[in-house]
Design a protein around this ligand. Structure first.
Ligand code: XMP
Length: 515
């Protein structure tokens, strides 16, 4: 980021919605970062925000140990918006009182009809009544001097209050949550009308800023990147390549567990880029290591470890490098306001962690401040093909965890063909809300009849889920006619499958993947 660019600071008090606030602000076109509430005042000043947002959080401001804020934040001369706990904290810090909600009216949770004073600066662009999302055990009983009430609900007399002269605003509800009907408009009013943001943050501008920053850091140093063919490592590779060209080496370890044609696609794209592209064909090595292994966690471990070993061997040939590039993205690095890591990267979701034997000085993470949708957008700006940037999530261990039981080359080939038919049919039919879809080769064999003969072949399971965060998911309502067509095609076109089933389990209790 350049120092003169407009930035919003979100101070996090432990809200489960901290990332959501940041995403909304970015969607409005303004760069922002989420920082723990414990940031020192000096760091806040140095960040030089055009506005500060105080997030929600699970604590009670009247508890001695609850997270507080340096009062000088209110002397920075920039607009401040408090949300939920942030609103209570603003009231508490500036001389108001906060009490348990029960003692005042009632606790509120969920969708709540709220009335707004549309003469206020904050609510000037919305209608006087709409639904907000409330989730609070405490309420403001008395607002500080100089403040006006600007919204209320049945259970909350101060659902909104402001000191317009000082540009301090507070809302008890969560404008960042989609259930708050006018939430985005309220945030936009705060940022654009009140904080006078230009709101021109976009991946078009970001691309050049990022390239300049990488050049300034790497200079004529050498960088090494492990390319998996997934969205993040591909976008990181394309960005680094535009910044430092042939000083970048990308090692693509083909473990033979990718989907149909994916290995060749990765090679085709990146061998035409200005960079050193190395493809290691390690299919046989991985098959060998996995031979006879049917326990899911063991498969994952073997693949993770082997991946690192192969990458290290290749890196050794290159010799000392200055930088190791990682495709880490923002949700992985946001620290929670309450100290621990809000987004602990699920260990099994990493292919192997960091290599021990690669000789490098520093790690460089060019996507560190981007959300996934921004990474995809940046990929488009960098000219990567759409099928690559809009790729659905694909587990690092690949098809190995979509073959139940032991893995053989034949099973991989069967699964690749069936999976390809399923995916292309879903895409051709543009099935609504299909977030992730794939085939699973089970180890169940059953009797069937084909032509005049009896068959005894594998059962294939189809999995298609609708989800926004992959933490919870429902099965996608694929029309029966389409399921029928897919099943018919698979049984007829792919040998060794004589039965197709559709997985109709939600997550929880099931997971998205079968292993
Ligand atoms: P589960 O199966 O845990 O999957 O419900 C949630 C999301 O995570 C992906 N997933 C993985 N991604 N390495 C990865 O990189 C893995 O080992 C792994 N396991 C699951 C899964 O595809 C889904 O999107």
């Amino acid at each position: 980021m350049k120092a003169d660019e407009e930035k919003v600071l979100i101070l996090d008090f432990g809200s489960q919605y901290n990332q959501l606030i940041a995403r909304r602000v970015r969607e409005i076109g303004i760069y922002c970062e989420v920082k723990p509430f414990s940031l020192s005042f000096k760091e806040i000043e140095d960040f030089n925000p055009i506005a500060v947002i105080l997030s929600g959080g699970p604590s009670s401001v009247y508890d001695e140990k609850s997270p507080k804020i340096d009062k000088r934040v209110f002397e920075l001369g920039v607009p401040v918006l408090g949300i939920c706990y942030g609103a209570q904290l603003m009231a508490h810090t500036l001389g108001g009182t906060v009490v348990p909600a029960d003692s005042l009216a009632s606790r509120e949770y969920g969708r709540t009809e709220t009335e707004f004073n549309t003469n206020s600066s904050l609510f000037g662009n919305i209608t006087s009544k709409s639904i907000t999302w409330m989730s609070h055990g405490d309420s403001v009983k008395q607002i500080p001097e100089g403040f006006e009430p600007i919204a209320h609900s049945a259970g909350c007399p101060y659902a909104g209050f402001e000191n317009n002269e000082k540009r301090f605003y507070a809302v008890q509800f969560h404008p960042e949550v989609s259930h708050t009907e006018k939430g985005t408009e309220i945030l936009r009013t705060f940022l654009v009308d009140i904080a006078k943001a230009k709101a021109n943050w976009s991946m078009v501008n970001y691309k050049q800023t990022a390239i300049d920053a990488i050049r300034a850091k790497v200079k004529d140093g050498k960088a090494l990147l492990a390319l998996s063919g997934g969205v993040d490592s591909s976008v990181a590779a394309a960005l680094m390549s535009q910044a430092i060209g042939e000083n970048l080496t990308c090692v693509f370890v083909d473990h033979g567990l990718m989907r149909k044609d994916e290995g060749d696609q990765v090679e085709q794209i990146f061998s035409s880029y200005k960079l050193n592209f190395v493809r290691v064909n390690a299919q046989e090595l991985f098959l060998d290591k996995l031979s006879g292994v049917s326990e899911p966690e063991k498969k994952r471990k073997i693949i993770g470890e082997e991946f690192i070993r192969v990458f290290e061997q290749e890196a050794k040939k290159i010799g000392k490098v200055d930088f190791l590039v990682q495709g880490t993205i923002y949700p992985d690095v946001i620290e929670s306001g309450l100290g621990s890591n809000a987004a602990v990267i699920k260990s099994h979701h990493n292919v192997g962690g960091l290599p021990d034997y690669v000789d490098f000085k520093e790690i460089i993470e060019p996507l560190r401040y981007l959300f996934k949708d921004e990474v995809r957008q940046l990929g488009r700006e960098l000219g990567l093909p759409e099928y690559l940037v809009s790729r659905q999530p694909f587990p690092g261990p690949g098809l190995a965890i979509r073959i139940i039981g032991d893995i053989t080359k034949e099973k991989l080939d069967v699964l690749r063909e069936a999976d390809w038919i399923f995916r292309s049919e879903i895409e051709n039919a543009a099935v609504k809300d299909a977030s992730q879809y794939f085939a699973v080769l089970t180890n169940t064999r059953s009797v069937g009849v084909m032509g005049d003969g009896r068959t005894y072949e594998y059962t294939l399971a189809l999995r298609c889920v609708s989800t926004s965060d992959f933490m919870t998911a429902t099965f996608t309502r694929i029309p029966y006619e389409l399921l029928e067509k897919i099943s018919h095609r698979i049984v007829n076109e792919v040998p060794h499958i004589n039965r197709v089933v559709y997985d109709i389990t939600a997550k929880p209790p099931a997971t998205v993947e079968w292993e």
